[in-house]
Design a protein around this ligand. Structure first.
Ligand SMILES: Cc1cc2nc3c(=O)[nH]c(=O)nc-3n(C[C@H](O)[C@H](O)[C@H](O)COP(=O)(O)O)c2cc1C
Length: 376
């Protein structure tokens, strides 16, 4: 029996909806809705949730802290941009959230790839300099979380006598996950992080990146784990799943596609360029590998692909990623509340995960059901 995949879901802090790339059926990212999603996925047996960061997102640390109080087991993979705060401030935030959540914090280190947006955050470094700065940031952050008093003088950052009064629950520190596909990103991931994440490229492209990260880590005597960030559109039949995929982008205008592609073209992110290359901004030929659909990438930056199909087929495709080294899937689907139930109910039984959320209540039959009848 193949090992179970670890399944994460996504908290849509940018907003959610029935039709991507359109205002029709749009759901704002208001907190009660995000809380509903978190409570649902906690029950359904997802191991954790990813919270993105950026100018268009409700603030990830604040949202994660509030959701931690509303959930029991769910882990919070909170995105962190190293250039935006000092390492000492980020270290105090991480230690506090790790304590408040009773050891459920994971960090997703992302340097960002949009120069105009980063300028708004006060970050003016070019691509590779951002990674140099991130390396210095993580050096100070990790040493502080591990209990050291830190004196550090780097090219970008300085800290003297930096230390934590209150330690995190997890030792030596909450795990560092990481997303970035450039050479600079892979060197930093290999050097200082624990889990390397890729967006949902075709299996051979993900395998090639995993090999590069493994080799870079091996040169340092380290080993990483690997995760895949991808959307899922799972229905009882393949025909229903493809119809749901096409419906999702059915309100998208050519102008909306052009605007997203123009924004993506301005990014200096290698990972974004790899995603854009999969569809080239065209509506035809969106199934770029068996069951791998690039339709979301037309109007969504970042993770732009979905596995589409019946439960057996999607499970088999996920197993193909697992065979090249992936052990965690960070999934999502629009709208995130309903699709979390679909993934858990249709797909989890084929992956051997989420057993707890599927506990059956014995025989329910008759108009009020056996249990109801027995008590009424
Ligand atoms: C799984 C995953 C999640 C990401 N989440 C974010 C995010 O929340 N905010 C953000 O600015 N960038 C995010 N990124 C993008 C990284 O910051 C990105 O890869 C960066 O633009 C540098 O790209 P490069 O090393 O591929 O050139 C994410 C990347 C991956 C793979």
């Amino acid at each position: 029996m193949t090992a179970p995949l670890s399944m994460f879901w996504f908290i849509p802090t940018q907003g959610d909806g029935t039709y991507i790339g359109s205002d029709i059926g749009h759901r704002p990212a208001d907190f009660p809705y995000l809380e509903q999603i978190a409570i649902a996925v906690d029950r359904l047996g997802f191991e954790g949730v990813l919270l993105p960061t950026g100018k268009g997102c409700e603030e990830s640390w604040i949202v994660a802290t509030a959701l931690a109080a509303a959930t029991e087991r769910l882990k919070f993979l909170v995105a962190l941009r190293p250039g935006v705060t000092s390492p000492a401030f980020a270290a105090r935030q991480a230690a506090a959230l790790d304590r408040i959540s009773r050891g459920r914090l994971l960090l997703n280190v992302v340097v960002g790839g949009d120069a105009a947006e980063l300028a708004g955050d006060g970050v003016f470094l070019d691509h590779d300099a951002r990674y140099e700065q991130a390396a210095e940031f993580l050096t100070v952050w990790r040493r502080m979380l591990s209990g050291e008093k830190v004196d550090f003088e780097g090219e970008h950052l300085k800290a003297f006598g930096a230390e934590l009064a209150f330690p995190p629950v997890q030792t030596p520190h909450p795990p560092l996950w990481f997303g970035g596909s450039s050479d600079a990103a892979i060197e930093l991931a290999a050097d200082q992080t624990e889990v390397y994440l890729s967006w949902g490229e075709p299996v051979d492209q993900v395998a090639e990146k995993i090999e590069r990260v493994r080799a870079a880590a091996a040169r340092r005597g380290r080993r990483l784990k690997f995760g895949l960030r991808i959307h899922l559109i799972v229905r009882e039949t393949a025909a229903e799943a493809w119809s749901a995929a096409n419906r999702l982008i059915s309100k998208v205008s050519d102008d909306a596609i052009a605007a997203t592609q123009a924004m993506a073209a301005k990014s200096d992110s290698v990972g974004q360029a790899r995603m854009t290359a999969l569809h080239g901004g065209r509506r035809d030929n969106l199934e770029i590998a068996p069951n791998l659909w690039a339709g979301l990438g037309l109007v969504r930056k970042g993770a732009g692909t979905a596995l589409v199909g019946d439960p057996e087929t999607v499970a088999q495709r996920l197993r193909e990623y697992q065979a090249v080294g992936v052990d965690t899937i960070i999934a999502s689907g629009y709208p995130h509340l309903e699709e979390a139930f679909k993934v858990a109910e249709l797909l989890f039984p084929h992956l051997g995960v989420g057993e707890r959320g599927r506990q059956r209540h014995a025989t329910i039959g008759g108009e009020f059901g056996v249990r109801a009848a027995a008590t009424s």
